[in-house]
Design a protein around this ligand. Structure first.
Ligand code: 4AD
Ligand code: MG
Length: 452
C-alpha cells in the first residue's frame, strides 16, 4: 500500500455530493452494502447514509492486501474507502469509484453475518430488526423524505409568521376520544394522559399570539390494526385566531402543496429508489393548490351513485362517517387531495363549531390524500360561544373541572378561530407510496409492537 499514507489524506466526501469531486481522489466513510466478484475484479458497493456508490477494484491496480481485504469482507462491515471519482452514466448515482485503498473499522464476523440479506424477508422478521433494516437503501430513502417533510412543514409556518408554541405531552383530560387515551398515575393529582393532540392548548396560545403551531409526538391507544394507525405519531397543528373554515381550507391546500413540492425538488432519486419508477413523481407534480372542495352531502351523493352503478361494494349510510373504502372511492375521483367539509356534527369532536346554515353539520374539513391513502388532515372551526361549549362538554360526558381553563378562552375575548392537525406518517406513506405507516417512522409503535 505505497499510496496509503498519501491516499489517507484525501478529502472526505459524502456519496450524495461525490460528483463535486469528479477526477479527484476522495475518502468515503461508510459500510459495505454489497460485494460482487468477477475473476480479478471486485465491485464493492459502499453506503454512507447519503447514498450508495459502486467501487471498481482490479487486482492489478491495488496491493495484494487491499484486494484480499475487500474480497473477504463481510456485508455491513464498517470501512473507509479511498478512490478516484469517475462519471459513469450507467451508475445509479452517476459516479463510480476507482478504488486505491481500504481501511476496515469493524469487520462483521463470518459466523454472525448481517441478518438482512438482499433476498426477500417477511415484515415481522424485518420489524423485529428495524434497527438494522433501516440501513437498506429503500428504508434510508424513506427516512430522508420524512425528514424533508417535517422540515418543509415547519418551514411553511415559520416563514408565514406563525409562532411555534409547544403544548404539554402529559395532560389531565382527553382531546379526541376518551376510549383512545394512554393513562398513567400522576403523583397525588390522580390520572394523567399522554396527549392525543395539542389542539386545546394551542387554542390558548392562538388567542395570545394570533397565528401559532405545534409540532410533536401524539398518542392514541387505539385498538386498531390498520395500515394507517400508529399508537405514537407526529402531528403538526396550526391554530389561527379570527380564521373561519374557508380560511382554514386555503391554509391547508397551500401548506400541503409546499410540502409536496419541496420533496419533489430534493428527492427525485429517493422517490425512485422507494417506488422503483418515476410515476410517483409525475403524480406529485400535480399537487398544487387549489384542491377540490366537496361537502359531506356531495360526497355521500357520489357514493350513492357509485353504489347504484356497482362501483362500491357497501352502501354508505347517510349520517355515518366514511369508511376506508368510501374515502378511497372519493379520493380516486381526483388527482389531488380532496377537502371534504361539513360532516354531521354527531360523528365529530365536541369542540367543532356548528354550521350556521344547518346546525346538524360541523364546520370541519378532512383532507383525503389521493390514491386511497385516506385522511391526512383533520381540522375545524372551533365553538366560540361559552354556553354552547359548556353544553358540549357536558353532553360528551367530559369532566367539566378539567376544562375550566379551556372555557376561559370563551369567557375572555372569544373569537372565531380554526385549526387542523396533519399526521406526518400518513403524509410520508402517501408521498412515498407505502403500503403501511410502520415504514414511515424510525421505530413504529403499533398495537402489538413496542420492540426494538
Ligand atoms: O383527525 P384527528 O384526530 O384530529 C385532531 O387530533 C385534531 N385535534 C387536530 C386539530 O384540529 N388540531 O388527527 C389529525 C391527523 C389525522 O388526519 C391523521 O393524519 C393523523 O392525525 N392521525 C394519525 N396518524 C397515525 N396514526 C394514528 N392513529 C392517527 N390518528 C390521527
Ligand atoms: Mg380525523
Amino acid at each position: 500500500m505505497s499510496t496509503a499514507s498519501e491516499a489517507s489524506l484525501a478529502p472526505l466526501s459524502s456519496i450524495a455530493t461525490i460528483g463535486q469531486h469528479e477526477g479527484e481522489t476522495v475518502r468515503v466513510r461508510g459500510w459495505l452494502y454489497n460485494l460482487r466478484a468477477s475473476g480479478k475484479l471486485l465491485f464493492p458497493i459502499v453506503r454512507d447514509g447519503s447514498g450508495t456508490i459502486q467501487g471498481i477494484v482490479p487486482k492489478a491496480a491495488v496491493s495484494e492486501e487491499v484486494f484480499e481485504t475487500l474480497k473477504n469482507l463481510t456485508l455491513e462491515s464498517s470501512l473507509t474507502i479511498t478512490g478516484t471519482v469517475r462519471a459513469d452514466s450507467r451508475a445509479p448515482s452517476g459516479f463510480e469509484l476507482d478504488v486505491a485503498d481500504v481501511s476496515v473499522t469493524q469487520r462483521v464476523p463470518d459466523d454472525q453475518p448481517f441478518p438482512i440479506t438482499l433476498k426477500e424477508h417477511g415484515t415481522d422478521f424485518l420489524m423485529e430488526r428495524r434497527h438494522l433494516w433501516m440501513r437498506t437503501p429503500r428504508q434510508s430513502a424513506i427516512l430522508r423524505v420524512r425528514a424533508t417533510i417535517m422540515r418543509a412543514a415547519q418551514e411553511y409556518f415559520d416563514t408565514n409568521d406563525f409562532v411555534r408554541t409547544d403544548p404539554p405531552i402529559l395532560t389531565p383530560a382527553a382531546c379526541e376520544g376518551t376510549s383512545e387515551l394512554f393513562e398513567m398515575k400522576y403523583f397525588d393529582e390522580g390520572n394523567a394522559y399522554l396527549t392525543q393532540s395539542g389542539q386545546l392548548y394551542i387554542e390558548a396560545t392562538a388567542l395570545a399570539l394570533g397565528k401559532v403551531y405545534s409540532f410533536g409526538p401524539t398518542f392514541r391507544a387505539e385498538k386498531s390494526k390498520t395500515r394507517r394507525h400508529l399508537t405514537e405519531f407526529w402531528m403538526i397543528e396550526p391554530e389561527v385566531a379570527y380564521a373561519d373554515l374557508g380560511d382554514l381550507m386555503v391554509l391547508a391546500e397551500e401548506f400541503l402543496s409546499h410540502i409536496v413540492q419541496t420533496v419533489l425538488a430534493k428527492h427525485r432519486a429517493d422517490l425512485k429508489t422507494i417506488t422503483g419508477g418515476d410515476e410517483k413523481a409525475a403524480k406529485l407534480e400535480k399537487i398544487q393548490a387549489p384542491f377540490p372542495r366537496v361537502s359531506y352531502d356531495e360526497a355521500h351523493a357520489m357514493l350513492e351513485e357509485a353504489f347504484s352503478k356497482g362501483l362500491v361494494e357497501n352502501r354508505h349510510t347517510y349520517g355515518d362517517d366514511f369508511g376506508s373504502p368510501d374515502e378511497t372511492y372519493i379520493s380516486n375521483q381526483f388527482d389531488r387531495p380532496v377537502m371534504v367539509h361539513r360532516y354531521p356534527a354527531a360523528v365529530k369532536a365536541f369542540y367543532m363549531q356548528p354550521d350556521p346554515a344547518d346546525a346538524s353539520k360541523a364546520l370541519c374539513v378532512d383532507v383525503l390524500a389521493p390514491e386511497g391513502y385516506g385522511e391526512i388532515i383533520g381540522g375545524s372551526q372551533r365553538v366560540d360561544s361559552y354556553d354552547l361549549l359548556k353544553q358540549r362538554i357536558l353532553d360528551h360526558g367530559l369532566p367539566l373541572e378539567s376544562f375550566e381553563w379551556y372555557l376561559d378562552l370563551r369567557r375572555y375575548g372569544s373569537v372565531p378561530h380554526s385549526g387542523f392537525g396533519m399526521g406526518i406518517e400518513r403524509v410520508v406513506a402517501w408521498v412515498c407510496g407505502l403500503e403501511h405507516v410502520r415504514e414511515t417512522i424510525p421505530f413504529a409503535r403499533t398495537l402489538n409492537r413496542i420492540y426494538p
